[in-house]
Write a protein that binds this ligand. Structure first.
Ligand code: 3H9
Length: 691
């Protein structure tokens, strides 16, 4: 007998249960039903002496089916099923390949022996989804690997490979071969006594309160997530009898399941995958076997580093031998850093270095399949480079600009091949930040867009499709809501209060700390560039200009909003500048609460995000969420700005904007789309579903 999601077969004394639920064998309702049926069938069959579970396709089981969270639960539940499996009289073994994650690993731990295939990855990624393992993992893992190793796995979501899993005692051995064949062989080993079986629950674990306490301190240092704390609580219960520990786990799992963080983190998981669903997804990408990068500054060398790490040969071009050497030096430093952090082995590091070549001659780039221009933000310079690239590059090469703001249509128009031109906007440091905005100009060919997405994947980045406008998705929205921080300072808050309030909300860094890090001269250049188009109705805050006039550009000059070096802390001279500017504008500072800071900042972000959707610059709300989660340090446990917007609701957002418009009806305008949503009672999630 067989179910679609589970294939049941007999091979002599071995009862085989094969999971067949592509693409990752998530433990969906159908899979659980099939598994239960298989176990019961073989339990009642006297010819079967051992039951072996294995995965068909890419994986053993990648965990519970994430799509089922938040919906009514259907029996059999995974935790109960695993307990039943462990209680079986006939030995049940798990043969795992690909991924055994979350509930998949828990299923294996409930079996009586575990075989890993080489290449297997195991771990408890539940905490990344705002959950804890809820099917016995917090009780069985410590029993198998001890408290210390369990605390290194369960609250962290860390994924480990087969050899480490065996070394820790999580798995019994590694066997090579096809999963089904290994399952048959291992089953026979159980029958002939060469593979021992036991129940994990029969093992005991000592709970050392000091270890628990230090895990709590370590976890708290990492931020405001609920699940890792609950995971530690659950592991701490592993010292109790198994039934009590399992009951405690169920209680803590439910607490996490009901928390808003879980909804946001599950959304963030799907965001990363949803953004690759683009209109051009069926176009065949061009092959990219080599890259050229123009510009060896921070961005150019970061992009070069990312491509070298991904295995691509890169030719880096600069204007002079000295500039080439500087760029090369930065790339080597970046690669050295990756080696030190364990991101690269020595061998891979050396191979990456060997793939780097440099030149000062644009003609030498001609054979590259893709060239990325990453020089400073000056339209004339970029146009000149694209004219020269058009003349130099082979037919079919893709010409990309890493501009953060400028008009890709205007750049493409300088070439005789606008269909081959697009924007590839990396975020600094480009070898670390995961976001890549793929900016599609009016005439960019579908296969060129598809190539951008293929490149993002190859570089381990999250590619997000963006349309052409000043700043694309991220920087356009940023330049809007960032003004709110300046307005709030002018009206009475300090930059430090604003940073703290937004960091408490969950941002990795507040806007003034970020400005100091990026360099205050960058904001100054943008303000200068946009000055001719600025409306005289726009409220303009000159504080940042006053700071820049003193030559204070933030971290790199030792001071900005904050002091750096030996005298860390808020810059007292900036407080004087603020005071002076308030006096000049006739403003008396008022009391501003942290709540007001977050409310205004987030409302402005959502309002501009809505306009980006109205203008078709972002395809869907999820694309905006992805940009902010992967490029702007937006707190993952809040799901992204548009997901967060739904937790407030369109009606309330409209009310807020209308209230703020009482003070400034130029900045605070209700986007028509938001007004419509408020009227219809719809959400950004509805827009995602409709797209
Ligand atoms: C859990 O187990 C709770 C239990 O403790 C307690 C229960 C009581 N469910 O990533 P990919 C989809 S919590 C549903 O592109 P890859 C994914 O959305 C769970 N769907 O492939 C995508 O769909 P689409 C703990 C899932 O090869 C497609 O599969 N487990 C699930 O790059 C391909 O995914 C996890 O957190 C799922 N569990 O990476 C594991 N997983 O094609 C999360 C994937 O429509 N998953 N999908 O866009 C992963 O880490 C990666 O997907 C994996 C494969 C490494 C498995």
């Amino acid at each position: 007998m067989s179910e679609t999601a589970v294939i049941i077969e007999r091979e002599g004394p071995v009862g085989l249960i094969g999971f067949n639920n592509p693409p990752v064998n998530a433990a969906s309702h159908a899979l659980r039903l099939g598994l239960k049926n298989g176990i019961e069938t073989f339990a009642a069959d006297d010819t079967i002496k051992v039951i072996a579970l294995y995965g068909i396709g890419r994986s053993f089981v990648a965990g519970a089916d994430i799509r089922e969270f938040g919906k009514p639960r259907k029996e059999p539940l995974l935790n109960g099923l695993i307990n039943e499996i462990e209680a079986q009289e006939k030995p049940v073994i798990a043969v795992c390949h690909g991924n055994a994650l979350g509930g998949g690993l828990e299923l294996a731990l409930g079996c009586h022996a575990r075989i890993a295939l080489p290449g297997l990855t195991v771990g408890f990624p539940e905490v990344d989804l705002g959950l804890i393992p809820g099917a016995g993992g917090t009780q069985r893992a410590p029993r198998l690997v001890g408290l210390s190793a369990a605390l290194d796995l369960v609250p962290t979501g860390k994924r480990i490979k087969a050899d480490e899993a065996v070394a820790l005692g999580l798995f019994d051995r590694i066997s090579e071969g096809d999963p089904r064949a290994v399952a048959v062989a291992a089953g026979n080993d159980v029958v002939n006594g060469t593979l021992c079986t036991r129940r994990t629950s029969d093992l005991k674990v000592e709970i050392d309160e000091d270890l628990i306490e230090s895990a709590r301190v370590r976890t708290l240092r990492k931020g405001k997530l609920l699940a890792p704390q609950k995971a530690i609580d659950a592991v701490a219960a592993a010292g109790k009898p198994i039934a009590e520990g399992l009951a405690e786990e169920v209680r803590l799992f439910q607490e996490c399941l009901d928390s808003p963080q879980r909804g946001a983190l599950v959304h963030a998981f799907f965001v990363e995958r949803a953004v690759s669903k683009i209109p051009e997804k069926d176009a065949a990408p061009r092959e990219i076997a080599s890259l050229a990068v123009i510009g060896g500054g921070t961005m150019g060398s970061g992009i070069t580093t990312a491509a070298l790490i991904a295995g691509l040969p890169v030719r880096l071009m600069e204007v002079s031998d000295e500039a080439v050497e500087r760029g090369r030096g930065t790339v080597l430093k970046n690669l050295g850093g990756a080696l030190k952090r364990g991101k690269l082995t020595q061998e891979k590091h050396d191979a990456a270095v060997a793939r780097l070549s440099t030149t000062t001659d644009i003609a030498e780039l001609k054979d590259a399949d893709l060239v990325i221009e990453a020089v400073f933000e000056d339209m004339d310079v970029k146009k000149d480079i694209f004219r020269r690239l058009d003349a130099a590059m082979k037919d079919g090469a893709i010409l990309a600009s890493n501009t953060s703001y400028l008009d890709i249509n205007a750049i493409a128009a300088e070439t005789g091949r606008p269909a081959d031109v697009l924007g590839l906007h990396f975020f600094s440091p480009a070898h670390i930040m995961r976001l890549l905005e793929i900016v599609v100009a009016d005439r960019t060919a579908p296969e060129v867009v598809a190539t951008g997405f293929a490149l993002a994947k190859r570089l381990g980045k999250v590619g997000v499709r963006a349309g052409v406008c000043d700043g694309f998705i991220g920087n356009r929205i940023l330049s809007h809501y960032r003004k709110v921080a300046d307005y709030l300072v002018m009206d009475g808050a300090t930059p430090q209060q604003i940073d703290r309030a937004l960091e408490d909300f969950g941002f990795a860094m507040g806007p003034f700390a970020v400005a100091d890090l990026a360099g205050l001269d960058i904001g100054m250049m943008t303000r200068k560039r946009l000055a001719p188009t600025r409306s005289n109705r726009e409220r303009y805050i000159p504080i940042a200009d006053r700071i820049c006039e003193r030559g204070w550009y933030g971290r790199k000059t030792g001071q900005g909003y904050y002091l750096y070096g030996d005298r860390e802390g808020p810059n007292p001279a900036v407080a004087e500048i603020i005071e002076q500017e308030r006096t000049n504008a006739g403003i008396t500072a008022r009391e501003i609460t942290d709540e007001e800071i977050v409310t205004r900042y987030m409302t402005a972000m959502i309002a501009e995000g809505t306009r980006v959707l109205e203008d078709g610059i972002a395809l869907r709300p999820v694309d905006i969420d992805a940009v902010f989660l992967f490029g702007y340090g937006f707190p993952r446990f809040r799901g992204g700005p548009m997901f967060y917007a739904d937790t407030i609701g369109a009606k309330e957002l409209v009310r807020r904007i209308e209230t703020f418009a009482g003070e400034d009806d130029f900045f605070w305008r209700v986007p028509p789309l938001l007004a419509r949503m408020a009227q219809e009672g719809t959400t950004f999630a509805d827009l995602n579903e409709r797209a």
